[in-house]
Design a protein around this ligand. Structure first.
Ligand SMILES: Cc1cn([C@H]2C[C@H](O)[C@@H](COP(=O)(O)OP(=O)(O)O[C@H]3O[C@@H](C)C(=O)[C@@H](O)[C@H]3O)O2)c(=O)[nH]c1=O
Length: 184
């Protein structure tokens, strides 16, 4: 099985089989049948792509129900530290964070279920990040948590004093001050 567990219910890592030969390599970055066989059945309806330079930190973001999104995150170029926080009330990992390095080199993908806040920091000179979503962008349902919340203590792999953060993300609340409607 190309899927491995993270200890967070529903949060799984996909590692595709890579076929290398004298021309380079080939792999299936997404195959609905493979995902279904692994118990990961989603109707992805939107693909997003973002380019960022070293030190850019995006997040932590979510969309409230009924616009919550499952996301499948991968890196096309460069490396990132991807971070998620479980916001599902009743989850055994509620309020806990999980981080993983995703890169063009390791080709790992993170399947982030609905009910998680998500963000990433770029640890290479530049990075191109792409993710699939199973619900459309809905501006009015956006929410977030401040990236440097001491209660989370996320190690983003960069010097946070030099992090490049959007104005919107700089004023996000701490986890303790967030209201959301996710249930496990
Ligand atoms: C997320 C999103 C943004 N936009 C627009 C709104 C805005 O003008 C511009 C940039 O938006 P943002 O500043 O919110 O982009 P960004 O900070 O990269 O937001 C993303 O961060 C990562 C961590 C996620 O997990 C995503 O779900 C998303 O929230 O793009 C869309 O048109 N569609 C979308 O799906």
């Amino acid at each position: 099985m190309p899927f491995s567990e993270t200890g967070f219910p529903g949060l799984v890592i996909y590692e595709p089989t890579v076929f290398g030969d004298h021309r380079g390599y080939f792999f299936e970055s997404y195959n609905a049948n493979t995902f279904r066989a692994g118990g990961q059945e989603y109707n992805f309806v939107q693909d997003n792509q973002a380019r960022s330079t070293y030190g850019v930190l995006r997040g932590l973001h979510y969309q409230l129900e009924p616009h919550a999104q499952t996301k499948l995150i991968r890196v096309l170029e460069g490396s990132i530290i991807d971070a998620v926080v479980d916001l599902r009330k009743g989850s055994p990992t509620y309020g806990k964070s999980y981080t993983i390095e995703l890169s063009a080199a390791n080709k790992l993908q993170l399947l982030v279920p609905k009910g998680f806040a998500h963000g990433y920091a770029v640890i290479s000179e530049t990075a191109e990040v792409m993710y699939k979503c199973d619900n459309f962008y809905h501006k009015g349902s956006e929410g977030g948590i401040i990236y440097n919340d001491p209660a989370l203590g996320i190690d983003w792999g960069i010097d946070l004093d030099k992090a490049l953060v959007s104005e919107k993300d700089l004023v996000l609340p701490k986890l303790a001050d967030v209201t959301h409607n996710f249930v496990f």
